[in-house]
Design a binder for this molecule. Structure first.
Ligand SMILES: Nc1ncnc2c1ncn2[C@@H]1O[C@H](COP(=O)(O)OP(=O)(O)OP(=O)(O)O)[C@@H](O)[C@H]1O
Length: 232
């Protein structure tokens, strides 16, 4: 695999349930993600977007086909191996998933500390720096309860990016936000992605993210039915 290939998927199939109740959710998915690219995944509810994202994110086991993440095969990988790989990724979900009892800075520090043992002082410096990049310098010591929805999602973006992950996976990161906050988060993902050459795969219906995408994939009934390359 080329050095700048972050994800390479061949003939991926996935099923939920066993025996009679078994239902196929993904059919013969093939996909390559290059370093620094922003790919959007679209498709109707139930088309398999989250299933694909969670397979790439080592959050469920690959059953059939090949998924190579950062040069390593996920099909047949041990739980320990999947956990180690998962730590090299950044995740952003629709609901921000912040710890309510921790400040913004402490939440972001957790994004550094999952990577292994890092001195608190260094983790704190990194967290403060990234919170500054997402425009929250004056909110580092706030608890989530005292932040707006958009600010919380910016903390979640900071937490996902603080350890410079090779790949960021995002599932509807702007869905729970009002228009202005959503625009801020989109701008941020674009800017941070460019500055750090992060590879991003995100599920969204947000037109502003579509405008920023290098490529738009459409899933329907578990199959990629359209690939639109965007000229930059
Ligand atoms: N844990 C599960 N157990 C059984 N079936 C599941 C499970 N997760 C997803 N499915 C089924 O797999 C298919 C794909 O679901 P998935 O969540 O990937 O779709 P999606 O495109 O992300 O949908 P949405 O936009 O509504 O989030 C659906 O038919 C869904 O019902």
């Amino acid at each position: 695999m080329e050095h700048d290939t972050i994800v390479e998927i061949h003939s991926l199939n996935h099923w939920f349930g066993k025996g009679e109740a078994s239902r196929q959710a993904l059919f013969d998915v093939n996909l390559t993600l290059k370093r620094g690219s922003l790919t959007v995944l679209m498709g109707p509810s139930g088309s398999g977007k989250t299933t694909l994202l969670t397979l790439i994110g080592c959050l469920r086991s690959v059953q059939d086909g090949s998924v190579r993440l950062l040069g390593q095969e996920l099909n047949g990988a041990t739980d320990a191996h999947l956990t180690a790989l998962r730590r090299r990724l950044g995740f952003i979900f629709q609901a921000h998933n912040l710890h309510e009892s921790l400040t913004a800075a402490q939440n972001v520090m957790m994004g550094v500390q999952v990577q292994g043992k890092v001195a608190n002082r260094l983790a704190n410096q990194a967290a403060t720096h990234v919170l500054g990049l997402v425009g929250l310098s004056d909110r580092v010591n706030y608890l989530p309860a005292n932040l707006s929805g958009g600010q919380k999602q910016r903390v979640a973006v900071a937490r996902a990016l603080v350890a410079n992950p090779a790949l960021v996976l995002a599932d509807e990161p702007t869905a729970a936000l009002d228009k202005d906050s959503a625009a801020d988060v989109v701008e941020l993902l674009k800017r941070m992605g460019k500055a750090r050459a992060t590879t991003t795969l995100l599920v969204t219906h947000d037109n502003r993210i579509l405008d920023a995408a290098d490529r738009i994939l459409t899933l329907e009934d578990g199959r990629i039915i359209r690939v639109e390359e965007r000229a930059k």
